[in-house]
Design a protein around this ligand. Structure first.
Ligand code: SME
Length: 271
């Protein structure tokens, strides 16, 4: 996903390099991809390091590539800004033209993610990215942030995406990481609203039209439909839930439900 023309061209040229590559070049290429995988440092941290180094070295293609990887692993705008600051302070003002282009690339990625939305391929791509995130060494909180950023970024009709965590003793839900408008519902008793229903039943609650739902806690007048997917342990203990609001009526299909259930299984492993 991302800057398709650039990535296609990169792949095409790499194939040509492989056509003439000796063992040493092939070994180096192999290192270049394995070095960025999850290790003691998460794949995401390594991509940040790759981006800073590329900024300082002022390699246009490398910056573009790492920006793309950072985008696909759920780095937020605020994090990107701090990465740019480090690159700028180390590299000096000569980095500024590269910051300009890098910001352009970032914004282009955002527009492309929404405009080129293809449900099947996007959901498969997100499964893969969330797999990388959940298996990384990042903290539980950080992983949850990366996941909500990705869902919000790549699925155009997910207009509020957030986690509620279970406080089983007090029988209430506590708001966790989210992307979207701030909500008053930071604490929700089990049983109350759509979120509270899933906490009690441990089932998915899908509401096609929130105005027709009696047990509903309104966050914003723009919200038209909502899905809540429980996060359950292997022994069926309720750990929390993923809550998504849409500004479209009947936004969520069975495909969304299957996808979200699968990712909640992966998320359960980070608790
Ligand atoms: N609408 C939810 C409350 C949470 S907000 O959507 C963020 C509910 O009825 O439980």
């Amino acid at each position: 996903m991302g800057n398709d023309a650039f990535l296609k061209e990169r792949l095409k040229l790499d194939e040509q390099v492989m056509g003439i590559a000796d063992k040493n070049i092939k070994r180096f290429y192999n290192l270049d991809s394995t070095v960025y995988k999850n290790g003691v440092l998460s794949a995401l941290t390594k991509e940040m390091l790759g981006l800073v180094s590329s900024l300082v070295l002022r390699c246009e293609d490398c910056i573009r590539y790492h920006i793309n990887q950072c985008f696909n692993l759920g780095i937020s705008d605020e994090e990107l800004s701090e990465i740019f600051s480090v690159g700028l302070i180390v590299g000096g003002s000569i980095v500024i033209p590269h910051l300009r282009k890098a910001t352009g690339t970032w914004n282009e990625l955002k527009v492309n993610a929404k405009n080129n939305f293809d449900k099947k391929s996007t959901l498969t791509f997100l499964q893969n990215q969330i797999d990388i995130i959940t298996k990384s060494s990042d903290s539980k909180e950080k992983k949850m942030q990366e996941i909500v950023v990705l869902l919000d970024r790549f699925i155009p009709y997910y207009d509020w995406t957030g986690f509620y965590l279970s406080d089983s003793e007090q029988k209430k839900l506590v708001l966790g990481k989210f992307v979207g408008e701030p909500t008053d519902h930071k604490i929700i008793p089990f049983g109350k609203g759509i979120c509270g229903q899933s906490a009690e039943t441990k089932e998915v609650t899908l509401v096609d039209d929130v105005l027709a739902e009696e047990n509903y806690l309104a966050c914003s007048l723009k919200v038209k439909s909502e899905i809540v997917v429980p996060i359950l342990s292997d022994t069926n203990i309720f750990l929390g839930e993923l809550d998504i609001d849409s500004h479209k009526k009947e936004a969520f299909t069975q495909e969304d439900e299957i996808f979200l259930k699968e990712i909640c299984q992966k998320i359960a492993k980070i608790f």
